[in-house]
Design a protein around this ligand. Structure first.
Ligand SMILES: Nc1ncnc2c1ncn2[C@@H]1O[C@H](COP(=O)(O)OP(=O)(O)OP(=O)(O)O)[C@@H](O)[C@H]1O
Ligand SMILES: Nc1ccn([C@@H]2O[C@H](COP(=O)(O)O)[C@@H](O)[C@H]2O)c(=O)n1
Ligand SMILES: [Mg+2]
Length: 198
């Protein structure tokens, strides 16, 4: 467990399929309300590009749409949170926990050091998400923004991430957002859900 300061940070996990709008909405929460945003995927890509000893493993997972072992991801998130200033912060952690290993690793390392009032689940259908990612692939430079990787990412999302969303649902901690509408309409729903925290 990390050293717990007197004031616990609040963490809101943001889950949803590839292209559901997690990053887009988090960026808007940062801009308008000053939330700190950590994207697990962005941190992993940064770590891979740094050429560290885990770079090859991370890249292989990304291309195959698999989930990187939590020891790597959780350390990156913890470092990222410390860098932003741990206490009295509202963190949006995007793309985590993505499977049971993520969930267990976080519980062990961070656990009760933070409060998790609820998670956001960005809901969208696969056809919409595929169309968005194919459009994004023209400029993203991401080596997993292609149909082959995307199919694998969706399979991982269905088989490994949805059970985590359902776990938070059973705890009464999942706030489902209809991610199919325009960016501003989706954001208006986030503002409603976050009333009391903004
Ligand atoms: N509500 C929306 N309507 C239309 N396009 C959207 C909407 N939300 C996001 N987009 C676009 O869809 C693409 C994917 O969005 P974003 O990067 O936010 O998804 P993500 O959930 O973070 O995906 P990933 O898991 O692949 O990182 C982006 O190009 C973004 O501009
Ligand atoms: N908790 C996580 C989050 C992401 N990954 C890997 O990164 C890829 C891209 O993630 P995005 O959220 O940016 O789409 C994802 O497909 C995984 O390979 C991970 O392993 N663990
Ligand atoms: Mg993203």
């Amino acid at each position: 467990m990390v050293d717990t300061p007197s004031l616990k940070p609040q963490v809101f996990f943001v889950l949803g399929g590839p292209g559901s709008g997690k990053g887009t909405q988090c960026a808007k929460m940062v801009e308008k309300y000053g939330f700190a945003h950590l994207s697990a995927g962005d941190l992993l890509r940064e770590e891979r590009d740094s050429g560290s000893e885990t770079a090859a493993l991370i890249n292989q997972c990304i291309v195959e749409g698999k989930i990187v072992p939590v020891e790597i991801t959780c350390q990156l998130l913890k470092k990222g949170m410390e860098k932003q200033g741990w206490a009295a912060k509202r963190f949006l952690i995007d793309g985590f926990p993505r499977n049971q290993d993520n969930y267990d690793g976080w519980s062990k390392v961070i656990g009760d050091s933070v409060d998790v009032p609820f998670i956001l689940f960005m809901d969208a259908d696969e056809d919409t998400m595929i169309a968005r990612i194919i459009e994004r692939s023209k400029t993203s430079g991401r080596n997993d923004d292609n149909i082959e990787s995307l199919k694998k990412r969706f399979a991982t999302f269905r088989n490994e991430t949805m059970p985590i969303v359902e776990l938070y649902e059973t705890m009464g901690k999942c706030r489902k957002i209809n991610g199919l509408r325009g960016i501003e309409e989706v954001f208006a729903d986030l503002e409603t859900v976050f009333a009391g925290f903004i």
